[in-house]
Ligand binder design. Structure first.
Ligand code: ITT
Length: 197
């Protein structure tokens, strides 16, 4: 039985994590390096559903598109859906600067994964709560990992083994829900298409 899913991203870090998480469910992840169209919206669900809709018919199925963001409580949820842009512009240092002198360090990572399969798109959400550290620590992972400390740990995501991040992260949660759904609905016996149709 061939369990293959196509994962659309330009982000190598996400791809590595998707391979680890979905691999636990027996899925082989094929990377599709297609640019997704990013809608400007407050809602990750809307962003990811729009991106997925643009790819239907262009990418082999079942395919997955994922969108994630860091929501910092004292900044009213900023950067949230704009995390990718803020990472490229302000970066980790810029976000630490915004929080200089700020006591409330609460933040959460949110991931929404969309699954497109047989004319249907479903979204799955995963979240992890934590705090923003006072300085960048660690070199694993990507993006804002060096400044995010998940609740219950003293380490930032970037100081953890990737395997541990992939057990607890927002992305692990959304992709695990997606995998469980796909295993329920999918007969994997005829899944032999290449990355693009
Ligand atoms: P694709 O759209 O091509 O998948 P991207 O990097 O643009 O890649 P997003 O739009 O989901 O992905 O951007 C979310 C940004 O939020 C990402 O660039 C990181 O800076 C940050 N981010 C998301 N998940 C993260 C994680 O697990 N660890 C650290 N930073 C993360």
């Amino acid at each position: 039985m061939e369990r293959r899913v196509y994962f659309v991203t330009t982000n190598e870090g996400k791809l590595r994590e998707a391979r680890i998480v979905l691999g636990k469910y027996g899925f082989r992840v094929e990377a599709v390096n297609a640019r997704k169209l990013e809608l400007q919206s407050e809602s990750l669900e809307e962003v990811v559903s729009f991106a997925a809709a643009q790819l239907v018919g262009k990418v082999a199925e079942p395919f997955v598109v994922e969108d994630a963001g860091l929501f910092i409580q004292s900044l009213g949820g900023f950067p949230g859906p704009y995390s990718s842009y803020v990472y490229r512009t302000l970066g980790v240092k810029g976000v630490l600067k915004l929080l200089e002198g700020v006591e409330d360090r609460r933040a959460k990572f949110v991931s929404v994964s969309a699954l497109c399969f047989q004319g249907e798109t479903r979204t799955f959400k995963g979240e992890i709560e934590g705090t923003i550290s006072f300085e960048a620590r660690g070199s694993a992972g990507f993006g804002f990992d060096p400044i995010f400390i998940p609740d219950g740990y003293d380490l930032t995501f970037a100081e953890m083994a990737l395997q541990l991040k992939c057990e607890i992260s927002h992305r692990a949660r959304s992709l695990s829900a997606l995998a469980n759904h796909l295993l329920r609905v999918r007969d994997f016996s005829s899944n032999f298409k290449p990355g693009y149709v």
